[in-house]
Design a binder for this molecule. Structure first.
Ligand code: C2E
Ligand code: CA
Ligand code: CA
Ligand code: CA
Length: 274
């Protein structure tokens, strides 16, 4: 969109498909960034709707490039495509676990929410190496909630469920990310071994209509009936946060509370509440 010899930054993601050459350049630079410490993990608080206390923080990858921050919406799919997701994820996990250890040492008890892609999930040694990494930092699976996006093709479904059961049996909690946007959301609830659903941002953005409010209410009732905890993502105003609290939503996440921030800022929220 901006012409040739440009790299797309935050906000320009959608134009990327049309510019193949820069794609290749970005791949080389991503690989470089992973190896040379240009990836930084940010944290976004997840807040108890009733108390305002920070219940957990979600680890979100950021790529600091000379000219600014490159969005994970751009580089995560790319990392998946070019086989760098494993490497990228271990950088994020390593930073997040080291940080969580430091927080534990400072008396903080919040959980860490970690995004796991399907590619990772299907790696044979995934669960054991995750546990090994936790052990290195004297952490337990109970400290971590694994977020899995539900947009998964049905052919992989049985295999996915098997891996997820293995994770849960090891003591991890599981959250279905982007709930409501994937394939056959509802039928997956039958045998997905999750304890939390994260309602996709798009639902919080439709609460200005009657239909939008009723859909949200129905999702919350469904989750409660299944004894799943509900996190709503994309809470951008006080009004929405009150509406969701009154609906019985357990936890809220969104710019109204905080955007994803560096660890030091997140720690402040964890201590003081939001
Ligand atoms: P996600 O897991 O759904 O993460 C939530 C995204 O929503 C984040 O985008 C966050 O900044 C954004 N968000 C938070 N609050 C609000 C709000 O109030 N309004 C709106 N409109 N958006 C909000 P971000 O950080 O750009 O991450 C994008 C996606 O990249 C994530 O979506 C996740 O799927 C992926 N991702 C990020 N880090 C990692 C990682 O370490 N591993 C993997 N596998 N995926 C990651
Ligand atoms: Ca997530
Ligand atoms: Ca999400
Ligand atoms: Ca998302």
């Amino acid at each position: 969109h901006a012409g040739r010899n440009n790299v797309c930054f935050y906000g320009d993601i959608l134009h990327l498909k049309s510019i193949g050459r820069e794609h290749v350049a970005i791949q080389a630079r991503l690989s470089d960034a992973i190896r040379h410490g240009a990836l930084q993990t940010f944290y976004q608080p997840i807040v108890s709707a009733s108390t305002g206390q920070v219940y957990a923080v979600e680890a979100l990858a950021r790529w600091k490039d000379g000219n600014g921050w490159i969005s994970p919406e751009l580089f995560i799919p790319m990392a998946e495509k070019v086989g760098l997701i494993q490497e990228l994820s271990s950088v994020v996990a390593e930073q997040a676990f080291a940080q969580l250890r430091a927080w534990r040492d400072n008396g903080l008890t919040q959980k860490l929410m970690l995004n796991v892609s399907r590619t990772q999930l299907f790696t044979p040694q995934f669960v054991s190496s995750l546990i090994e990494r936790l052990n290195t930092h004297r952490l337990r699976p109970e400290d971590v909630i694994i977020e899995i996006t539900e947009s998964v093709a049905l052919t992989d479904y049985a295999r996915q469920v098997k891996h997820l059961r293995q994770l849960m049996a090891s003591g991890f909690q599981l959250a279905i990310d982007d709930f409501g946007t994937g394939y056959s959301s509802l039928s997956q609830l039958h045998d997905m071994p999750a304890s939390v659903i994260k309602v996709d941002v798009s639902f919080a953005q439709r609460l200005d209509t009657d239909a939008g409010r009723r859909v949200m209410q129905a999702i919350v009732q469904l989750a409660q009936g299944l004894q799943l905890k509900v996190i709503v993502e994309g809470v951008e105003s006080l009004e929405v946060s009150h509406f969701l609290r009154d609906l019985g939503v357990d936890f809220l996440q969104g710019f109204h509370f905080s955007e994803p921030v560096p660890a030091g800022v997140a720690e402040l929220w964890m201590r003081l509440g939001l």
